[in-house]
Ligand binder design. Structure first.
Ligand code: ASP
Length: 431
């Protein structure tokens, strides 16, 4: 098999759009056996899938004409051409994707997992240099993009804040972008003004990734969020079609939810419950765009108690105070906090709780509570970890090396810990 059996099976389930239970029944095996084949190779309980099963699955996928659909999309060119914007290999908005291209990117992220989990190394981007230009605060996005590029063999040059860049001397976006393009092979840009990253992108032909433009978009975050939901759902035996998703918090200025809801809107028959304090509701034009995408139910409320019952996913966000107008007031009140008590009261044992992070842990912030840290329903660290394989997939696609990755992998020479975090759930990294 050209890919690992885990990647092969997950890809087949994604293409057939089947839950684990239904897929196991379809190929005539016990769910437990399927689960062990789906574990990463090398893990204690992992078992090799019999060759006959592999042949049967391949046949089913072929018979359902899904492989031919895949071949068709492969014929229509590399993924980077199909998501290109203005003829350039840049990632500025989730609007560049379709369900099919998003799923291709997720499959590629699966292929990246052994590298992200420090079992394998690859050098496909050896010699390439990434420019990380962050004109606004960032921890996760900046470091994970940098780490993703390094894990593919490239190197990273950074600049952070206006103070230490020539923009403080009045340099324009055009000049900055053009000059940087002479130094690096790809750029990730975060900037406080909506639309500014697109302006950077117009001044260059090298790949540009939007790392967050004001209250506009954060496409790579939305892609890793979608990837997280789909991997968590795969473990729980759920499908994205028909899921009930609650987006909670500052939906007005939160760019992650702006991108995520549009991406989720590409699936079928979702129910969205938008829970925001008064004044921080999701912009109307985004709600309208999602309503046009498919037959979704979209409800809006200011109450967690009313909005949370029955949801499959709670996606909490932080108050984006840095984007407030002068004099604008607004913190979450205590009854707005997503915490263990309200989740126990309103949700089932298989709800997943997400947050793009950072969560504001200061007293009185009433952001996502830390009292869920031991609770396996809290997916925030699995979600943050997924930033690496998804961002590796983005770079591999934009730089056109995605077909080289699989064969470039070698074993790591060092010994990473089996669990990255002391409180990681047993299935963290194992689905
Ligand atoms: N890190 C995310 C962003 O940059 C979320 C946040 O800051 O609240 O948009």
């Amino acid at each position: 098999m050209a890919v690992s059996q885990q990647v092969f099976l997950r890809d087949a389930m994604r293409r057939l759009n089947l839950t684990r239970d239904v897929f196991a029944a379809r190929i005539g095996v016990k769910r437990r056996a399927l689960d062990t084949w789906l574990l990463p190779e090398g893990s204690l309980e992992s078992r090799a899938m019999p060759e006959v099963v592999q042949r049967f699955v391949t046949e089913i996928v072929e018979n359902e004409a899904l492989l031919s659909k895949y071949a068709q999309s492969a014929q229509s060119g590399p993924l980077r051409d199909r998501i290109a914007t203005g003829g350039k290999h840049q990632l500025l908005s989730v609007d560049q994707f379709t369900r099919e291209t998003v799923e291709e990117l997720c499959s590629l992220a699966d292929i990246m997992q052994p590298i992200a989990r420090r079992q394998k190394v690859s050098r496909v981007l050896e010699g390439a240099v990434l420019g990380n230009l962050f004109f606004e605060a960032s921890t996760r996005t900046r470091v994970s993009f940098g780490s993703a590029f390094c894990r593919l063999g490239g190197s990273v040059c950074d600049t952070t804040g206006f103070t230490f860049s020539s923009m403080a001397k009045g340099e324009s976006i055009y000049d900055t972008s053009r000059v940087m393009s002479g130094y690096v092979d790809a750029m990730v840009i975060r900037h406080p003004e909506q639309g500014s990253v697109a302006e950077f992108a117009r001044a260059t032909n090298i790949p540009v990734v939007n790392g967050g433009d004001g209250a506009g978009e954060h496409p790579s975050q939305a892609l890793l969020d979608l990837y997280t939901i789909s991997t968590e759902f795969s473990r729980l035996g759920k499908l994205l079609d028909g899921a009930h998703i609650a987006l909670v918090g500052d939906l007005k200025y939160g760019r992650t939810v702006h991108s995520l809801i549009k991406l989720l809107g590409m699936y079928r028959g979702l129910k969205f419950t938008l829970i925001a304090p008064p004044g921080l509701e999701m912009p109307e034009h985004i709600v309208e765009q999602v309503a046009k995408q498919g037959k979704h139910v979209i409800e809006q409320t200011t109450s967690l108690e009313k909005g949370l019952p029955g949801v499959d996913v709670i996606y909490a966000t932080r108050v984006q105070k840095e984007r407030f107008e002068e004099g604008q007031d607004g913190s979450f009140t205590a009854d707005f906090q997503v915490n263990k008590a309200i989740i126990d009261r309103c949700c089932g044992p298989d709800v997943i709780v997400m947050h793009p992070l950072p969560r504001d842990s200061r007293e009185g912030a009433h952001d996502l509570s830390v009292d869920l840290n031991h609770d396996p329903r809290l997916a925030i660290f699995r979600q943050a970890d997924n930033g690496i394989p998804v961002r590796m997939a983005i770079f591999a696609v934009l730089l056109g090396v995605e077909t080289l990755v699989q064969h470039s992998m070698r074993d790591v020479t060092w010994d990473p810990p089996s669990h990255i975090g002391p409180e990681d759930a047993v299935f963290h990294g194992m689905y």
